[in-house]
Design a protein around this ligand. Structure first.
Ligand SMILES: [Zn+2]
Ligand SMILES: [Zn+2]
Length: 432
């Protein structure tokens, strides 16, 4: 029988050690920024009852109709791997009565999402998002705060200058239905010049037709009626005040009347953060207000606003980390006696927060030095039989090749001094 090597499932990816430093940096900076604004982490499960997403995202969306990973568990219950986080966060908000907390309730979560999409560059079936939600307040200053958190995150990552904030209002149940009718009438009139998908969307989810990127459709869509001309008085005022607060915060934005969201529950403020550097996958973050959603999930009539950041796309924009963590030293015992003597030295260094590696005492010195070069360690410690007899070890500086003997009982202190206690394993600058 032929042996078939098992590979990862199509459309998913491994995050390899060479990339994890960037992921960890993104996660760490996100937490710092979110928590500086008073957001607290919540960790909902990655699967839920299918019904939650059908109701919370909208039956007619592409996600619910075509893209969900839905399965029956052993008891016959229909479950779905979450395609987005907001529905789960709000389900937890309602289920645990978080609405009794002081409002707005500020929450964030970080983790994988799942969608059965056609795999292509930069798009995965398991992908990762940062999600932030502010629930229970409809003041436009909160819209500006949430956008401000997003912009601060990218400023801290050093990416703010490479991104553009698109901003729009998509109205609410008071004014959007009339706009939708106007738009449908216009799209039907021009159906002959639209692609099949746009024609289908005209009937099913007409606002999404505004998203089409095909040049022929663009021509039609450029002259489509604008939602901004159709806003009711309240929506118009809300949008004007969001803009006023963004300007007070010196946060630049571009009003983009054709920016809409795929979910039914979005109202009023809608935004996206775009890059010109990733081809078709140009949105690195998106979000908006969802004032009816908590109630739709059987909660109180609490409004909300939030965003999601596509972590894969952000990681692609981050520069590779220049200073990959390198151990300070490779301890090379030559023989088992030397190994026994060096093991507690390594342990003491790790207690002090200094990263070291230890050989096993069985390889030739030449091979161990070769390994030290590949590890890029700045120092090696050599302990052979003759050194052991003299009660000392050799510390060799790999950059210069110079080495000096150090009494064994001084070895820990010497190495810890070279590493700098608490600094982990930063090698001296000349070996970087
Ligand atoms: Zn189209
Ligand atoms: Zn309105």
């Amino acid at each position: 029988m032929p042996i078939v090597t098992i590979k990862a499932v199509r459309g998913v990816h491994d995050i390899l050690p060479a990339d994890t430093a960037r992921w960890q940096r993104l996660e760490a900076v996100s937490r710092q920024v979110f928590e500086a604004y008073g957001y607290k982490e919540i960790r909902p499960p990655i699967f839920e009852r299918t019904e939650l997403f059908a109701r919370g995202i909208g039956e007619v969306t592409d996600i619910v109709q075509k893209e969900m990973y839905t399965f029956e568990d052993r008891s016959g219950e229909s479950l779905t791997l979450r395609p987005e986080a907001t529905a789960s966060v709000l389900r937890a908000y309602v289920e645990h009565g978080l609405h009794v907390l002081a409002k707005p309730v500020r929450l964030y979560t970080v983790g994988p999402m799942f969608r059965y999409e056609r795999p292509q560059a930069g798009r995965y079936r398991q992908f990762h998002q940062l999600n932030l939600e502010a629930i229970g307040e409809n003041h436009p200053a909160l819209d500006a705060e949430v956008i401000g958190v997003l912009m601060e995150l990218f400023r801290r990552l050093g990416l703010a200058d490479r991104l553009t904030l698109s901003l729009n209002s998509i109205g609410d149940p008071a004014c959007r239905p009339a706009y939708r009718e106007k738009l449908v009438a216009y799209l039907r009139q021009n159906a002959g010049r639209l692609c099949g998908e746009c024609r289908e969307r005209t009937e099913r989810n007409p606002l999404r037709a505004l998203d089409c990127k095909k040049p022929d459709c663009q021509e039609v869509l450029d002259t489509a009626p604008s939602i901004l001309d159709a806003l009711c008085k309240e929506c118009g005022e809300h949008f004007a005040r969001v803009r006023q607060y963004l300007e007070a915060l010196s946060l630049p934005y571009v009003v983009t009347p054709r920016l809409v969201r795929g979910f039914d529950y979005y109202v009023r403020t809608t935004f996206e953060l775009l890059t010109g550097e990733l081809g078709a996958q140009n949105a690195v973050a998106g979000g908006g207000r969802y004032d009816g959603l908590v109630q739709l999930l059987d909660g109180p009539p609490d409004p909300g606003i939030g965003f999601a950041v596509g972590m894969e796309r952000v990681v692609l924009l981050l520069p590779p980390d220049a200073q990959d963590a390198v151990p300070l030293a490779l301890l090379i015992p030559l023989g088992d006696k030397a190994l026994v003597r060096l093991l507690p030295v390594a342990q003491a260094m790790r207690h002090s927060g200094v990263t070291v590696e230890v050989g096993y005492g069985v390889r030739k010195l030449r091979n161990e030095l070769d390994r030290a070069n590949r590890l890029k360690v700045p120092y090696v410690v050599i302990l052979g039989e003759s050194e052991l007899e003299k009660g000392e070890a050799l510390i060799r500086e790999m950059g210069s090749g110079t080495q000096r003997p150090v009494p064994l009982d001084r070895l820990e202190a010497e190495l810890i001094a070279l590493g700098g206690v608490g600094r982990g394993a930063e090698p001296p600058s000349e070996v970087r």
